[in-house]
Ligand binder design. Structure first.
Ligand SMILES: C[S@@+](CC[C@H](N)C(=O)[O-])C[C@H]1O[C@@H](n2cnc3c(N)ncnc32)[C@H](O)[C@@H]1O
Ligand SMILES: O=C(O)C(=O)C[C@]1(C(=O)O)C=C[C@@H](O)C=C1
Length: 242
């Protein structure tokens, strides 16, 4: 089945803040692939990280799971027995579609879906946690608390994979990488109007921070080994090991 094309911002419309509602959930696979450079590569590598880090009889968490792409990737990569994946999202439109999406794919590790706020869940006996483009939607002052909660729920040697859209303290670099990201979107078929309307909708909703800020905060949360393992323009993916 092919993904439904994202044309949500194709016509001039009133500037409402971006939200993960039914209209976004319906086109999400197409939207994220055409909007985030390196997304497919990150998903493919989540399988590889799961193969290395997920231990027997432990839990894996996919926080802000949307349609469950990271959960399915973890499931595909897990080599140990008795693991369980817990996928959490606070958008009922996303979670409803996630259920169908996951059922449509074979997965060997059980995936439990939870409708809820990732800031309120309890994390226990975890060997891997994925925060794949979710932290950027949480209020900045609440991010350390969430990372500390993840850290305390991870077993020793456990992995947090954090992917984010980032900003740069150097204005020249920031402007250049935003322009290259917009060029990537144009090459993927988005018009100037779509790009600018979505940019306005994401203003004050998706709050990027610098890579250095993310790395320092992960260290403050307790993680001993932290590194960016992938960067595509202004999109990064970071690994943090307890
Ligand atoms: C960009 S999407 C994540 C993409 C997904 N992880 C993937 O790999 O395909 C962000 C998701 O985070 C969810 N989200 C944002 N804030 C949340 C919160 N406080 N609690 C739970 N989910 C949240 C949104 O509903 C949305 O589905
Ligand atoms: O389209 C953009 O500019 C984005 O920032 C992409 C982005 C993201 O990074 O989460 C924003 C919202 C949608 O969830 C999908 C992708």
């Amino acid at each position: 089945m092919s993904d439904k094309t994202d044309n949500l911002f194709a016509k001039p419309k009133a500037a409402l803040p971006f939200s993960f509602d039914e209209s976004v959930a319906e086109v999400f696979p197409d939207m994220i692939k055409r909007s985030v450079p390196g997304y497919t590569e990150i998903i493919n590598n989540i399988s590889k990280f799961a193969g290395r880090f997920v231990t027997s009889n432990s839990n894996c968490y996919d926080l802000g799971c949307s349609l469950g792409a990271a959960s399915l990737a973890m499931s595909a990569g897990i080599e140990k027995t008795g693991a369980k994946i817990i996928a959490v999202d606070n958008s009922s439109a996303m979670l409803e579609r996630c259920r169908h999406h996951i059922d449509a794919f074979k997965h060997k590790t059980p995936i439990e879906l939870q409708l809820g706020d990732v800031q309120k869940i309890s994390i226990q006996n975890a060997s891997m946690v994925a925060l794949n483009f979710t932290l950027q939607f949480i209020a900045k002052e609440e991010r350390l608390n969430l990372l500390e909660n993840i850290y305390q729920g991870l077993n020793s040697g456990g992995l947090l994979l954090l992917s984010e859209k980032v900003s740069f303290s150097d204005d020249n670099i920031d402007d250049l990488l935003i322009e290259l990201h917009h060029q990537f979107k144009k090459e993927n078929g988005y018009s100037d109007l779509e790009i600018s309307q979505k940019r306005n909708a994401l203003e004050n909703v998706l709050l990027p921070e610098t890579l250095e800020h993310h790395i320092n905060r992960l260290k403050s949360a307790g993680f001993s080994s932290v590194s960016c393992w992938m960067q595509n323009y202004n999109f990064v993916s970071i690994i943090a090991i307890k």
